[in-house]
Design a protein around this ligand. Structure first.
Ligand code: BTN
Length: 239
């Protein structure tokens, strides 16, 4: 179902924005948009997402039949897990997950996920999973703090094989997730580099530093700071 119809473009503002347009004009569950470059790629927290040629920039459109909004938190973690596993399998590189779903190679961010949704009451009417992976991107085109798979491997990886493996594995994980999301938790914890580390975060307009000690059964990051325990939601940007 995921990727049964794929819109392939050489350039677009943002694949997530085009996904919204497709949803508004009527499209099917599982349609995917992929573009060689994005001229207005968006990251979380309204940040720009630099999307030059060589990267993998795509969005998946889903119309879940019965998905409670509370479960989006966990789904966002599973997307990071699938990314991490597929990259490892295809390249041999071990990508750690920075909660909730950023992927890091040796302290450099190589991938990010932007999930957007529309809720009706407490259930998800539609969902866009926007994925960016700095695959064959040259170092000089990357922003500060970012890395790419090509930089690490010193060679290019065939984009299409990673893309199709990601769609396949996303589909499997999405089906499993609807049946039992908790089965993913041990693997997510294992690959999460945030655990046991100090994290900076903002809560109720207050900036705090604490230690990330766990990911709970709702996918929230459990942080201890100043003698208190906080359960951070996926939209709580780590600073
Ligand atoms: C982040 O880590 O801030 C999330 C980055 C998400 C980037 C992807 S690239 C494909 C899709 N289209 C966008 O405009 N953003 C997402």
């Amino acid at each position: 179902m995921i990727g049964k119809k794929i819109h392939r473009l050489s350039s677009v503002g943002s694949t997530n924005d085009l996904a919204r347009t497709l949803i508004a004009s009527g499209c099917q569950n599982g349609e995917v948009i992929i573009s060689d470059i994005q001229t207005a790629g968006r990251g979380r927290g309204a940040k720009e997402w630099v999307s030059p040629s060589g990267g993998l920039w795509f969005s998946i459109i889903l119309f879940p039949s019965n998905l409670n909004a509370d479960k989006l938190q966990f789904l966002s973690l599973i997307v990071g897990l699938v990314m991490s596993k597929v990259i490892e399998e295809k390249t041999g590189l071990c990508c750690a997950i920075r909660w909730p779903n950023d992927l890091y190679l040796k302290e450099k961010k190589v991938s990010g996920v932007l999930i957007e949704s529309k809720l009706r009451l407490n259930s998800v009417e539609w969902l866009i999973i926007g994925i960016g992976l700095n695959l064959n991107v040259d170092k000089n085109l990357l922003p500060e703090g970012a890395g790419s798979i090509k930089e690490e491997l010193k060679t290019e990886i065939e984009k299409e094989s990673i893309f199709s493996a990601l769609l396949q594995e996303m589909e499997k994980a999405y089906i499993d997730f609807q049946e039992n999301s908790l089965k993913f938790l041990p693997e997510i914890r294992e690959r999460c580099l945030s655990l046991g580390r100090s994290v900076r975060f903002e809560i109720n307009s207050q900036r705090l530093i604490g230690e990330a000690i766990d990911i709970d059964e709702k996918g929230r990051l459990v942080v201890e700071a100043q003698g208190k325990t906080y359960h951070l939601l996926w939209d709580a940007e780590l600073l």
